[in-house]
Design a binder for this molecule. Structure first.
Ligand code: GLY
Ligand code: MN
Ligand code: MN
Length: 484
């Protein structure tokens, strides 16, 4: 990146906020004047609304109905410093993205109450002023960070009146009447509302927005399928380069999947777990700095996030050399059978946890069969003894967050009932730690998880990720076909 010099001009004499390290101090009047003009009018007047504009409007209407007469404030969030003057890549809050379809840092959606509903306004940073030099001298100037939409363009795209975000804190500070804000994203907005809000009421807003995302609309289902389809291609990419990973490390797998995610989507939806050999027994192995060895398994848990921020969450466990050993196959097939039982329990009207119990029962049965646990299976399940090796829940809701709807109440989620449009992962696993003295030595260091993204339909479910093979034989055939 271009290096900037320290400013010589004292802070209070600088006409506009400069980048942290300052920028080309001593701008002459002539240069300043010169930079004001000679720029083409690039305003776009032919913009179509974003594809989900109708859906975001309907989501806002439902929100309005839930909180009549109250001002509702939903911030996108701000950039976070990574070090010195570099920032992490920005990801808008899921609440903001869900209600607006916009993903701009510092943006704020304000729903202003009126008789019979709300007036929504989207507060955004407008195009850079060229008269005062902001355009090229300010850290947020478009010359540095790229062209933004004008507020008029924003109105066309998002189907909402847009206003300058630099006015939002004053507007909120002056507002009267009940207010709620989604906390944790924008400290300036929260400070402006500090004496008007309560934690309890704000939490109700967050919970509502989390629960409203439990059932996905048509647009969201389409995006989830896109995320999964890209993820399938990313898994194929990885299989094709396993020899290069063997020659280097798990990082080759991480980088290969990331390339697909960045080219076809926005990003990865979470840190890719590229776990070879015994690393597969570490549930969130994201260091990805270990060796990839023939004869061992690779557990790849990764998901592409679409440009609209919906993510897939898929796991396949595969033999690095293309063929499962007898023991690897035995463990893999047990996890497969558990996943089959879990997927079969996903249907409208089922209790959310049914799929978890179905999968756990199969795993407990196998562990008893193999002599790792004493039966009866009922007793094992009652005491949860299988969990030494099954470790985690069998799945979770999926959407804008990989673990979506996390603020939903128990009665709406974990203790709730499945409905068409819900999308969840089914991902049983068995993990035998390298230092687990309670299992025969040959089991140690083997970890297997199989994870698919399952949509609840009117009459059962649809596996969005069924383009990837799941049986041990199909995994082997798939690997052979990709490696030639
Ligand atoms: N990738 C995290 C999970 O499977 O939940
Ligand atoms: Mn998952
Ligand atoms: Mn996963």
């Amino acid at each position: 990146m271009a290096e900037q010099q320290s400013p010589e001009t004292p802070e209070d004499e600088q006409p506009i906020k400069q980048r942290k390290n300052g920028l080309y101090p001593g701008v002459s009047d002539e240069l300043a004047e010169n930079m004001k003009g000679g720029w083409a009018d690039t305003e776009r007047r032919d913009l179509e609304p974003i594809a989900q504009a109708g859906h975001t409007a309907r989501r806002r209407a439902a929100l309005s109905e839930r909180f009549p007469g109250e001002r509702l404030v939903i911030p996108a969030g701000n950039l976070k410093t990574r070090s010195n003057d570099t920032e992490y890549s920005f990801r808008a809050s899921v609440e903001y993205a869900y209600l607006t379809g916009n993903q701009t840092e510092d943006g704020v959606l304000v729903m202003e109450p009126r008789a019979g509903g709300h007036d929504a306004t989207l507060y955004l940073l407008p195009r850079s002023d060229r008269e005062n030099g902001e355009f090229w001298l300010d850290g947020q100037g478009e010359l540095w960070v790229g062209r933004r939409n004008s507020l008029t363009e924003g109105e066309q795209l998002y189907g909402l009146p847009c206003a300058d975000v630099r006015t939002v804190t004053d507007t909120l500070a002056e507002a009267t009447g009940p207010v709620r804000v989604v906390r944790g994203y924008d400290a300036r907005v929260e400070a402006a509302l500090a004496d008007k809000v309560t934690a309890e009421r704000d939490e109700e807003l967050r919970v509502y927005l989390s629960e409203s995302r439990l059932v996905k609309d048509e647009f969201e289902i389409g995006e989830l399928q896109k995320a999964v389809d890209s993820t399938v291609r990313g898994f194929e990419d990885v299989v094709r380069v396993l020899d290069k990973a063997e020659a280097t490390s798990e990082r080759y797998i991480e980088g290969t999947f990331f390339l697909r995610a960045r080219v076809e989507g926005n990003d990865i939806g979470y840190g890719s777990i590229c776990a070879a050999g015994p690393h597969a027994t570490t549930l969130h192995w994201v260091r990805n700095d270990g060796p990839v060895r023939s004869g061992e398994l690779l557990l790849l848990d990764a998901g592409v996030e679409t440009h609209t921020l919906y993510t897939a969450d898929v796991t396949r466990t595969m033999p690095v050399n293309g063929t499962f050993s007898e023991l690897q196959r035995k463990i893999y097939d047990a996890v497969y059978d558990a996943q089959e039982a879990g997927i079969a329990a996903v249907r409208p009207g089922a209790k959310y946890l049914d799929f978890h119990h179905a999968a756990q029962r199969v795993l407990a049965e196998r562990l008893v069969e193999w002599g790792l646990l004493d039966g009866p299976v009922e007793k094992v399940l009652e005491l949860g003894l299988q969990r030494r090796w099954t470790l985690h829940g069998t799945g979770h809701m999926l959407g804008l967050d990989v673990h979506d709807c996390a603020s939903a109440r128990r009665e709406a989620y974990a203790e709730g009932t499945l409905e068409p449009g819900m999308c969840l992962t089914v991902e049983p696993g068995l993990y035998f730690q390298s230092d687990d003295l309670t299992v025969p030595e040959e089991y140690r260091g083997i970890g297997v998880r199989i994870e698919d993204d399952i949509l609840v339909t009117e009459d059962g479910n649809r596996n969005l990720s069924d383009a990837l093979p799941r049986t041990s034989a199909d995994v082997e055939a798939w690997m052979a076909s990709l490696r030639g």
